[in-house]
Design a protein around this ligand. Structure first.
Ligand SMILES: [Zn+2]
Length: 203
C-alpha cells in the first residue's frame, strides 16, 4: 500500500536522481497549509520581497525543496550576479561575510558563501546568502531600514547558479528554528511557492 503520495516535482526528479526523500519535519506540512490557505495567518509580520520595487524574480527552490532545502525552510530567488538586494525587514546587522571568492555545486564550497544576517526588533533574524565577493553594503552593528539596499547578489558558496538564498529564524526555547514568512507581492500578501515568479510592488 502506498502511504505517501510524492509531490509532482519529486516524481520528475526521481527520473534524474537515484533517491528522492521527503522530509518528515512537521514544519513542512505546516508551510503547505499556509501556502494553500488551509492554515490562516493574518497577524504575522509581512516581509518585503528582497529586491527592487517593480522587479520580478522566480523561486528556483522553495521551502523544503528537493535540491539543497530538504531540511530547510528557505527560499532561493533566481538572480543575475550584481542584483541589488534589499532588506526584507528592518533591524540590526549581526553578521557579514563578504570575503568568499568562489562557489559551485559541491558541498566543499559551502564555507565560501558570503552572507548577511539581520536581527529584527522581535528577536527573529533573516539571512541573505551567496552574495557577490565584497558585495556587502552594510557592516555589523548598522541599523537598516526595510527596503534599504544591503548587498549585491552573487554565486558564492554551495550553489549551482547565481541566486539569493533567503531564510528567517525564530528563537524558541533557546533554539533557533527556521520559519516561513508572508511577503507583500504585487499580487497581494502570500507565502511564496517554488517555481513561481513574484513581483515586488511598484512604488
Ligand atoms: Zn537555498
Amino acid at each position: 500500500m502506498i502511504k505517501n503520495i510524492l509531490p509532482a516535482s519529486c516524481i520528475i526528479l526521481m527520473a534524474l536522481f537515484s533517491s528522492c526523500s521527503v522530509s518528515n519535519n512537521p514544519l513542512r506540512k505546516e508551510i503547505k497549509g499556509l501556502q494553500k490557505g488551509t492554515i490562516k495567518d493574518d497577524t504575522s509580520y509581512v516581509y518585503a520581497l528582497p529586491y527592487e520595487a517593480g522587479t520580478k524574480h522566480r523561486i528556483i527552490q522553495g521551502y523544503f525543496g528537493p535540491f539543497s532545502h530538504k531540511e530547510r525552510a528557505a527560499l532561493d530567488f533566481k538572480m543575475k550576479r550584481g542584483t541589488k538586494i534589499l532588506a526584507a525587514r528592518e533591524g540590526v546587522v549581526v553578521r557579514v561575510k563578504e570575503d568568499g571568492d568562489r562557489g559551485g555545486w559541491n558541498k566543499k564550497y559551502r564555507p565560501y558563501g558570503n552572507n548577511i544576517v539581520i536581527q529584527h526588533p522581535d528577536g527573529s533574524r533573516s539571512g541573505y546568502w551567496h552574495l557577490q565577493f565584497n558585495g556587502a553594503l552594510v557592516s555589523v552593528g548598522d541599523t537598516v531600514q526595510k527596503g534599504q539596499v544591503i548587498a549585491l547578489s552573487g554565486k558564492t558558496g554551495y550553489t549551482a547558479t547565481p541566486h539569493l538564498h533567503f531564510l528567517v529564524w525564530r528563537s524558541s526555547g533557546g533554539q533557533w528554528q527556521q520559519v516561513a514568512t508572508r511577503f507583500q507581492t504585487s499580487n497581494g500578501i502570500k507565502y511564496l511557492r517554488g517555481w513561481k515568479k513574484y513581483q515586488s510592488p511598484a512604488e
